[in-house]
Ligand binder design. Structure first.
Ligand code: SF4
Length: 420
């Protein structure tokens, strides 16, 4: 295989992989300063987080962009007239090792279009990971995409060689999936997820008894949802996330705004991309559910189906629940402290620690890192200097926005001006 052909395949298959955000990707600017193989710039290097929280750079590619399916939202769909390519198993192994040796990457993110069948494709993805681990002694990070509908045996093997597995839900509702990806069924995603969840539990339990038990997908499993392709509101999206977090022990759900690329009357028109702010608000809500003790129904429900774009979801909740405030930071429990706008979990823990020694005032809170421009309307402390009383939620929101220097406020006004 010539160097040019490998480079061409890499260009096609790294480009096709960029639509999958389930490995927290971002581009790389690393150039090859020698005359070695490849130049990492624009060639699918992304970053991800390992089990222990380290940020690692990954080679992010598809095994192939041939696909037997025709999902309307996907560039790789069979009816799309694009350049196609496929790597052989050994080529991906060689690329990974070569990039690793040149210090371009610390691991591999490997996904694929479905060629022939789910098992035929999955078998090849597993073969790459297996060769890397057993033949090349590769100990870097491996994230394998699970192919919907892959058999239990292959999923079991995949987790023995990969650090993380993910299968994409793609569309938040079954009706949306039916409309845009008629070849796919919800069960095809759920089956591998259940298998991975059960294997993780079983291997962990066995490891407690037999120390030599290998690790199974130690970085867990994740998924991705495409936002804005099938008209779901934020309430439906976050309900789906909540369901998958609770039932399949997912580490992360990723939200990827759909960028209209084709004329298809089932899809939003070209030029109506999902505002980045919406993605951002969904991630914030996800964070509130996982780390701040919020139930999804507190933030989104039948009466409130869309997240506010101009304020973050915690502030939105606080403004709708002013009867819960002000909170005394010197006596409130952790749950309530976490609900104060402007307080991250780091600040919450610092407050709990610091108040063991003294009663806290505004100066202390400022030093702790509390964003007082938001928090001041919702708290009381050991000083009544800034206390604001009897303000309506509209008034508070107006004051906060007026004093906000947030980049989101800036980008919101840019985005809204497009509709002006
Ligand atoms: S199965 Fe996957 S790769 Fe194939 S068209 Fe659907 S989303 Fe794209």
């Amino acid at each position: 295989m010539s160097f040019q052909r490998t480079q061409e395949k890499l260009k096609i298959l790294a480009d096709a992989a960029k639509y999958d955000v389930s490995c927290s990707s971002s581009g790389s600017n690393r150039f090859n300063t020698t005359k070695g193989l490849g130049d990492a710039t624009g060639m699918g290097i992304c970053h991800s987080y390992t089990e222990d929280g380290r940020c690692v750079s990954l080679l992010k590619i598809l095994l192939t962009n041939y696909c037997i399916f025709d999902c309307a939202y996907c560039v790789t769909r069979k009816s799309n007239d694009i350049k196609r390519a496929a790597f052989k198993v050994q080529e991906v192994v060689d690329l990974t090792i070569n990039f690793y040796r040149r210090n371009y990457i610390e691991g591999l993110f490997l996904s694929s279009g479905i060629f022939k069948s789910a098992d035929y494709t999955m078998e090849r993805l597993v073969a790459v990971a297996k060769k890397l681990r057993l033949e090349e002694n590769f100990n870097g990070y491996i994230h394998l995409k699970s192919i919907p509908g892959a058999s239990d045996e292959l999923m079991r093997e995949a987790g023995l060689y990969a650090d993380r597995l993910s299968v994409n839900i793609e569309i938040p509702t079954e009706s949306g999936l039916k409309k845009l990806a008629p070849d796919k069924k919800r069960e095809d995603f759920i089956k591998p997820m259940v298998k991975v969840k059960n294997e993780i539990i079983q291997y962990k339990a066995e490891k407690k008894i037999i120390k030599s038990t290998p690790k199974y997908a130690p970085a867990g499993q994740s998924t991705q949802m495409i936002i804005g392709a099938s008209g779901e509101n934020d309430f439906q999206i976050m309900q789906t996330s909540n369901f998958f977090y609770k039932n399949y022990n997912l580490k992360r759900v990723y939200y990827s705004g759909y960028v209209p690329i084709s004329y298809d009357n089932r899809l939003p028109q070209i030029g109506t991309a999902v505002p980045m702010l919406r993605e951002n608000r969904l991630y914030q809500t996800d964070w509130l559910m996982r780390f701040y003790g919020f139930d999804v129904s507190e933030i989104l429900n039948e009466q409130h189906q869309h997240l506010d774009l101009d304020i973050d979801p915690k502030l939105g909740w606080a403004l709708r629940n002013l009867h819960e405030f002000p909170v005394d930071v010197n006596t409130a429990d952790k749950r309530m402290l976490a609900r104060i706008p402007g307080l991250g979990m780091k600040s919450v823990h610092k407050i709990i620690n610091a108040r063991r020694f003294r009663r806290l005032n505004w100066e202390h809170l400022k030093k702790i890192g509390v964003a007082l421009n938001r928090a001041q309307y919702f708290i009381i402390c050991d000083s009544n200097q800034f206390e604001k009383r009897d303000l309506t939620s509209e008034k508070i929101k107006g004051l906060i926005l007026q004093n906000s220097t947030s980049k989101y406020r800036k980008s919101l006004s840019n985005q809204l001006s497009l509709f002006g």
